[in-house]
Design a protein around this ligand. Sequence first.
Ligand code: AMP
Length: 283
Amino acid sequence: MQIIKDKSQLKGLVATLKHRKSTIGLVPTMGALHEGHLSLVRQAASVCELVVVSIFINPTQFDKPLDLQNYPQTLDKDIALLQELDLNIVVFSPTATELYGNKIEAEHFEFDGVELEMEGKYRFGHFDGVGTVVKKLFEIIQPDKAFFGEKDFQQLQIIRKLIEKTGMPVEIIGCPIYRESSGLARSSRNERLSDDMRQEAPFIYQSLLQAKEKFGTESAKQISDWIEQEFKTHPFFKLEYFEIADSDSLKTIENKQLGTPYRAFIAVYAGEVRLIDNIALNY
Ligand code: AMP
């Protein structure tokens, strides 16, 4: 496994591979790798000759400086985990200056309003940062395919919009949410939960499953009211949002339409720790 920090070195490697017509897959991450990330890497390796795993804590996608400061940096451990997979992987872990130059700033994007929903409302400028870094990675690596988790479903749709707007020739592949046996979506933030919170955290996924069951017979409003009530009385969790939305536009729905795919999205605070999850409701 090769570890590259320098973008010109990576560009050189990419040029050689392109010449040989090898398929390149990209899995962008911010490190602190866990089984969720590794499931993306495995999926990429099953269809690509080389997988580039980028490990870069992107400063422009954090709206709170403290969040950025506290983000776990575990590069050596991440590299060891990837090495154990024994796959054809290149790790790209540039510094911020290497990737951005001297101006560490986000480009502004309009993604047909997808950027203004949910995470866009609560994390100001977040998707400009995500769009900026992913565009830079695509330009350097020129992957044939890029793999993103449905865990961050809105981010996945944002990247699809990025491709639509820029015309970059990258196939975007959404990968299923990797869950712990309790149903809790795997996240590096789970490590920060107290024992009590961790025991209770599957409640979030259980609520989504019940929302899905109710979706057959109840309106979006009835389900949202029910979820709000469930969380109001919960001793540990504070609901930030629960929304039932069109899976493509991510617009909140009032009435269901036959033939349209919908998803439920949730963001919850467990003490200081913010957890997100989502579920497909029909298709
Ligand atoms: P992050 O390092 O948190 O930015 O995540 C990097 C990629 O891994 C993103 O595409 C995430 O959606 C994906 N990811 C993180 N956790 C999971 C999970 N539990 N299941 C599937 N994909 C995940």
